[in-house]
Design a protein around this ligand. Structure first.
Ligand SMILES: Cc1cc2nc3c(=O)[nH]c(=O)nc-3n(C[C@H](O)[C@H](O)[C@H](O)COP(=O)(O)OP(=O)(O)OC[C@H]3O[C@@H](n4cnc5c(N)ncnc54)[C@H](O)[C@@H]3O)c2cc1C
Length: 379
């Protein structure tokens, strides 16, 4: 293995997806020197595949720290996007257009009412709707359904444009991003820094290393217990819509969602398949979330198919994000397992990880520390 001849970096981030880039941007804003190592295309595993929904209340069935984290990140979004536009002139098409969550049948009404009870106590702007009222928010729901909840503060962003804006901001800030560098191993140097080895055996040295390698995070050998992150394949597609008939994100759980984008496409998704580190698109997969639309919004199924694709969500073993220091390796930090919500959680993750690098121990990260897995492994 070739040894490094460079001076140690202050911070190396492994992985240039939305999470790695958001952390790098936040660190750079705080005057830190940071370098990103990326094996292929930045965000190529998950970020480019995402529907870009920013919908905390649809992503958990209870109040608690996870909901608080998602809501905090949603509140950071307007400023996050405004600063990126200011720095780059690139818009990530952030649309706080509101989200509808629909109960298709009478049996689902009870569950929706239960959700409404605890959610509206936290956010009184949330509205429970009978179908006629829901159709005022989204006229495309021409078919029968039982009821809906409307979340006025939620919305969506165009994930590929968001990472493009972040990458643009990083370039302007002269944050180096090395592509084609697949990190294989982290090791202690013996004098307080960490060595970062890549697939060619080349070695870089850093004071601090953040692993933000998405669904492949646990492939990297580290000093200390490896913390599991699993890939979950998501199939998804887009149709092209004439004009702006579709207005709002609609969830029809548990089957799927659709998201009208500002570019005239409507994104419809998505499957969740644990099939290992590979992606696939299958007719059966697409039917899972398309079939219920034949009743709910049949016109959507007549629109020209624009594109189908899939990506790998990074899921931790308890389904929650992992953010903070590795308890067995000084200088090593993890930022992963963002699963269905990495786009939503990008701003808050950037802030929390930058606080860790600055020497803080942010309260909001306590429930999401890597240490929770080590404790449970030891009973
Ligand atoms: C179909 C689908 C729909 C989704 N919809 C939404 C949504 O609506 N809203 C939402 O918030 N989230 C959504 N998500 C989830 C979101 O996309 C992810 O949570 C998020 O992109 C994770 O970001 P990341 O940076 O951790 O991972 P990634 O985007 O996968 O980035 C990780 C990067 O690390 C690189 N890498 C991996 N291993 C190495 C290595 N050894 N060395 C160097 N580099 C490495 C990879 O090449 C990659 O670029 C969706 C995901 C999918 C698949």
């Amino acid at each position: 293995m070739r040894a490094t001849s460079r001076r140690p970096e202050e911070v190396i981030i492994v992985g240039g997806g939305i999470i790695g880039c958001s952390i790098a941007w936040q660190l750079s804003c705080r005057g830190r020197s940071v370098r990103i190592l990326e094996r292929q295309e930045p965000g190529g595993l998950a970020t480019h595949a995402a529907a870009g929904i920013l919908g905390p209340f649809n992503e958990t069935d209870r109040p608690g720290p996870f909901l608080d984290l998602m809501r905090r990140s949603l509140h950071l979004y307007p400023d996050f996007v405004a600063r990126l536009i200011e720095e780059t002139g690139l818009s990530p098409d952030f649309e706080p257009s509101g989200i509808l969550s629909v109960a298709l049948s009478g049996e689902e009404r009870g569950g929706l009412l239960e959700r409404y009870a605890w959610q509206s106590a936290l956010d009184p702007s949330i509205v429970f709707c009978e179908p006629d009222q829901a159709r005022l928010f989204e006229p495309a729901l021409t078919g029968p359904f039982d009821s809906a909840i409307y979340y006025p503060d939620e919305g969506h962003v165009f994930a590929p444009r968001l990472i493009k804006a972040l990458l643009g901001a990083l370039t302007r800030r002269r944050v180096p991003l090395e592509q084609g560098v697949a990190v294989t191993r982290i090791a202690p140097s013996g004098h307080g820094t960490l060595l970062v080895y890549d697939q060619e055996g080349e070695c870089r040295e850093a004071e601090k290393v953040i692993l933000a390698a998405g669904a492949l995070l646990s492939d990297i050998e580290i000093p200390g217990t490896r913390i599991a992150v699993f890939p979950v394949n998501g199939q998804i597609l887009a149709v092209r819509s004439p004009g702006s008939f579709y207005r709002r994100v609609v969830f029809y759980p548990p089957h799927g969602y659709f998201v009208p984008k500002l570019d005239g496409t409507v994104v419809i998704g998505a499957t969740e398949e644990s099939i290992g580190p590979r992606t696939r698109v299958t007719p059966a997969g697409l039917m899972e979330f398309l079939s219920p639309l034949a009743g709910l919004a049949p016109e959507l199924l007549d629109l020209p198919l624009h594109h189908t694709w899939s990506g790998l969500r990074p899921k931790s073993s308890d389904g929650f994000p992992i953010m903070g220091p590795h308890p067995e390796c000084p200088g090593l930090f993890l930022a992963g397992g963002h699963y269905r919500n990495g786009i939503l959680l990008a701003p808050v993750t950037g802030e929390i990880m930058a606080d860790w690098i600055d020497g803080g121990a942010p309260d909001a990260s306590t429930p999401f520390l890597p240490a929770r897995f080590l404790k449970s492994d030891r009973g």
